[in-house]
Design a protein around this ligand. Sequence first.
Ligand code: UD1
Length: 417
Amino acid sequence: MEKYVIEGGVPLYGEVEIQSAKNAVLPLLAAAVLTEGRVVIHKCPRITDVLNMAQILAELGFSTSFAGDDLIIDGADAANHEIPAALAKELRSSVFMLGSVIARFGRARIAYPGGCDIGLRPIDLHLRGLRRLGVNISEEGGYIDCTCSRLTGAEIVLDCPSVGATENIMLAAVRAEGETLIRNAAREPEIVDLAHFLNRMGVKVYGAGTSNVRIEGVKTLRGVEYTPISDRIEAGTFLIASAMCGGELVLKNAEAENLTALIHKLCEISCKIHADNGKIEIESKGRVSPGLVETSPYPGFPTDLQAQMMALACICRGSTVVVENLFETRFKHVPELIRMGADITVRGRSAFIRGVPSLKGADVLAGDLRGGAALTLAAISAEGQSCVADLSHIDRGYSDFEFKLRALGARIRRVRV
Ligand code: UD1
């Protein structure tokens, strides 16, 4: 296991380049299954979720290799349709492979997916959507088996706007006969990016970014070279780091329009933010409480920034209520923040935070990806020394996290335990 050793209490100054979005790249890698042509993902972050997804592609018979920051995928000879349990359990996005593997090979076998342990995370909407397109699905012994002789377009109404279910259904529908309409689709920027990618492969996807996504299936999809959108959650993490530590940051390759809920909150707590042409500048002064932070699907406040925002609320003047509406058990960072001197009470899906002047260094344990990022920010802003373990969670989603933070002035190093 590895951990960060952090000496806190320094402001952050300088420029940081934001990576391509983890949650955009993962479905694009699933989409690569759909073509026998060559797919190149430019500026592909080397995070473990991406590396695991590339390994799943290799299991299916695709060749994958990095050339600099480009991930090159070639699927001319791919013929397998089974995703083994050991890999599927490493990351939840393996489930996105269902739609594309069925679309390409007419069948798929996949172990139930893993990923962050932040609640029940069912996949019923994925499976119901695929059944509507004509897939026969049986579930046994921890595996999902899918077969279909042909996919047929259909109207699918999602009970809730699930990101993964929307993407999975899109990936199967591209090879269906006729038109598919997904109602109550997720509207996240990553869905729009997937639609752009599929359109470049020769599919016709309309309405991505709205609640109604329409897909006209095609028989073959061509290879594509593509640069994914920037990671709004990594950008948000650095903005919150700045608000917690003080100083001035410039984020490059960052799209403010995908982060309006967070930027609005940060302006309310008296950060000065200027965004222009793929850059976001932030200057952090005093911190007043953000009042209420309630997570909801895009364009609401992202659940993936809830933990980081809570860490910030811990050192704001006044009280804050954080309500987590998407995932049942996404408060694993709370006991760790309390170890650092935070004053937090949890009742069900709500956390009540009374701000303290500063957090104190402590040894803490990351329980999931974003919680781990939140604890790292807490440690960087805290008085004294902290250790943040287990970095495997953080490595799933942030490339070069400690290098980027160190370049901004943070005193942080990685140590093997
Ligand atoms: C994606 C993101 C994750 C983010 C989440 C919400 C990726 C790789 N991951 O996860 O970082 O936190 O969106 O923005 O893009 N649900 C069901 N049945 C289903 C599917 C989902 O009830 O079949 C529920 C979930 O329990 C949850 C809600 O829908 O309460 C949203 O989940 P969903 O949007 O599917 O999240 P993921 O796609 O897993």
